[in-house]
Design a protein around this ligand. Structure first.
Ligand code: R5P
Length: 283
């Protein structure tokens, strides 16, 4: 049975369709003191697949409760699908005394799961923080699907060198074009991001910037603006996880983006393609 977290209802339904498995309908309750309770009253079966993007602290607690609820209801195996794993970018202690939050949260999830399916984590090493087997599913190739056919001399750019594999995957899936990356620097005190285009010629070309996540939109909007200054053609912002926090959409619009496309790992208006077929293969 597929068990959706409240932030992953459309994806869970797509996964149920894809796999032919039944879909549970959890109940979410909030007590007067603010505590939450997620229950799965109709759970039946021996295998539970809990699908929950941990987009907030509440979503994390909810996931732990759903894992526990299906065990209580008789599930013998619990597979937890993390379409988007919050805290994954805190994958090291940046200063003495700070936590490795990705590890702490991964360990907590591991207590209630037999295995985990993790979609496009920020760094592959995040998978090592879990105490149960993890299958990592890379979803960047899907980002070519919502793009228009006939992009002009397309250039797929990652915002930094470490993300180059994402732009290559999207370019390969699109079936043509060049793949490259920007140089990126982030000021960790102010959060400001500076991107410097590499050697690729952008003038007159349609450009797709491909990243794993758009959170505040600083990285992506800086990249879009840098391309517009260099007279690129249409500039698309493509990301696996469209967190799009705060004023991210406004920043992107102000920078001159043509369109933002994302998958449904985080369910947003920009979710133009589903990771359900990829996740189904990993179950
Ligand atoms: C960083 O290395 C990631 O790949 C993203 O570029 C970054 O996390 C996006 O964050 P923001 O939207 O806040 O700039």
């Amino acid at each position: 049975m597929i068990v959706p977290g409240s932030a992953s209802q459309a994806l869970a339904a797509a996964l149920a369709d894809e796999t032919g498995r039944p879909l549970a309908t959890p109940e979410f309750h909030r007590f007067p003191d603010g505590e939450a309770r997620a229950a799965v009253p109709g759970f039946a079966g021996e295998e539970a697949v809990v699908v929950a993007a941990t987009t907030s602290d509440e979503a994390f607690v909810e996931l732990l409760q759903l894992q526990d609820a299906v065990r209580e209801a008789g599930a013998e195996t619990v597979t937890t699908v993390l379409p988007y794993m919050g805290y994954a970018r805190q994958d090291r202690a940046f200063e003495a005394g700070q936590p490795v939050s990705a590890r702490a949260t991964a360990r907590a999830v591991s207590t209630g799961a037999d295995r985990v399916v993790l979609v496009s984590p920020h760094e592959p090493g995040v998978a090592d923080f879990f105490d149960v087997p993890v299958e990592v599913v890379g979803a960047a190739s899907l980002l070519s699907e919502p793009l228009p056919d006939g992009l002009v001399d397309p250039l797929f750019l990652a915002p930094d060198e470490s993300a180059e594999a994402l732009s290559v995957a999207a370019r390969d899936a699109y079936g043509g074009g060049e793949a490259d990356f920007f140089e990126k620097e982030r000021d960790y005190d102010t959060g400001a991001v500076t991107v410097t285009p590499g050697d690729a010629v952008v003038e007159g070309r349609d450009v797709v910037i491909v990243d794993d996540i758009v959170a505040t939109g600083s990285t992506m909007s800086e990249a879009v603006a840098a391309l517009r200054e260099r007279d690129a053609g249409d500039v698309y912002a493509a990301c696996v996880h469209g967190v799009l926090a705060g004023s991210a959409r406004t920043r992107l619009a102000a920078a001159g983006v043509e369109r933002v496309v994302a998958t449904d790992t985080v369910e947003r208006a920009e979710s133009a393609v589903s990771v359900a077929p990829l996740v189904a293969r990993a179950l």
